[in-house]
Design a binder for this molecule. Structure first.
Ligand code: SAH
Length: 358
């Protein structure tokens, strides 16, 4: 890649701003946005075969049939948000993580929701590698926003829907901007929405755009636990919309098991797992709680797995009578595996404990 590919991209963005100013109302990009994009290696966000095209001013395909937005559009949407360094921003549709990384250089905190776990995982890894520590990614349905951390000083939706979801408007601070492509697939308009103190949204049509669809919500996961028996182990599985809820269900399952000790004693292992549509950021908390339960039972994990299946994140610990060496070996393997994205989220003490057992 040529050294000045990135400056060519920035020059083209500036031209596009000038060309579209009569529609967008912005003659040039917000200088802080422009500077953030000048610092960011876009080639790290595209598939390997598209690296030579990373600085073209065009959207490019990424995994799972999605796309990384056109640089001009990223700059325009970020500029429309009118961000300040102390702001906290919500993004819907993490995708490659590029837009989130641009925002990370502009504001205090970025919260980003992605529907597809495989994209969220890749983005988490990438953002860690680039040291974007103020971006928080979760797997979830963007129609619901991320209520715990709202209200936000800006919301950017990077997939196109029929209307602005009410939950997002509810999570927007008064006077803050929400920027989203709205309309049928072939006739989307980029809208700049603000909500006044009277609670009434005001919409401004900025530009015609083309984004991948904002996919309708999956049916909410019913919180429940399952008990199962296999030849050498009994299992407890908790499910819920959040990891905390899934864990609470799994704990209920454990209690149910403990009222039937014969079932446990005959077997050497208890398989303990949770699935949740909420994500990684709660995983550490989850692990901690499982660890405590297991220790109280005189067990440590001899095997540990984190895997993603469809839209469920599973963390499975296999408790066995203490075998610290094997435990440490498994951890070492886990750390080196492709799931490394989660390793940093594992409580530090755990790794140290395992390492010292080696
Ligand atoms: N901001 C991204 C662009 C991603 S494309 C970037 O800079 O690369 C839009 C993304 O929205 C896709 O990854 C898609 O999976 C995601 N998406 C679609 N529907 C969603 C939903 N209901 N909730 C959350 N994300 C969704």
């Amino acid at each position: 890649m040529k050294h000045d590919d990135r400056s060519d991209m920035l020059a083209r963005i500036a031209e596009e701003f000038a060309r579209n100013a009569y529609r967008t109302g912005l003659r040039e990009p917000d200088p802080r946005v422009h500077a953030a994009m000048a610092r960011l290696p876009r080639e790290r966000f595209v598939p390997p075969d598209l690296v030579p095209r990373a600085y073209e001013d065009s959207a490019l395909p990424i995994d799972s049939g999605q796309s990384i937005s056109q640089p001009f559009i990223v700059s325009l949407m970020s500029s429309l948000l009118r961000l300040q360094p102390h702001h906290r921003v919500l993004e819907i549709g993490t995708g490659s993580g590029y837009q989130a990384a641009v925002l990370a250089g502009l504001v205090r905190e970025v919260w980003s929701v992605e529907r597809l776990p495989e994209l969220a995982t890749q983005a988490i890894v990438r953002l860690r590698e680039l040291d974007c520590r103020n971006v928080h990614v979760r797997v979830g349905d963007g129609h619901l926003g991320w209520a715990e951390h709202g209200p936000y000083d800006g919301i950017v939706v990077t997939c196109g829907g029929e209307r602005v979801p009410g939950a997002l408007l509810d999570q927007l601070a008064p006077g803050a901007h929400l920027v989203m492509p709205v309309g049928p697939e072939h006739d989307q308009r980029l809208l700049d929405v603000t909500v006044g103190v009277d609670g009434r949204p005001e919409r401004r049509d900025v530009l015609g755009v083309r984004f991948v669809p904002f996919v309708a919500a999956a049916a909410p996961l019913r919180a429940h636990f399952e008990l199962f028996e296999q030849q050498d182990h009994v299992g407890v599985r908790g499910f819920g919309a959040t990891v905390a809820e899934a864990f609470a269900q799994a704990a209920r399952g454990l209690t149910a098991l403990s009222t039937d000790p014969g079932r446990v004693r005959e077997r050497r292992r208890v398989d303990f797992s949770c699935g949740a549509t909420d994500s990684q950021h709660l995983l550490a908390q989850w692990l901690d709680a499982v660890a405590r339960t297991m220790r109280d039972e005189g067990l440590v994990f001899a095997r540990f797995e984190v895997r993603i299946e469809s839209d469920l994140l599973h963390a499975t610990g296999f408790g066995e009578p203490i075998d610290a060496t094997r435990c440490a070996r498994e951890w070492a393997g886990f750390r080196a595996s492709a799931d490394a994205a989660f390793v940093g989220l594992v409580p530090e003490g755990w790794l140290a404990q395992c390492a010292s057992a080696l």
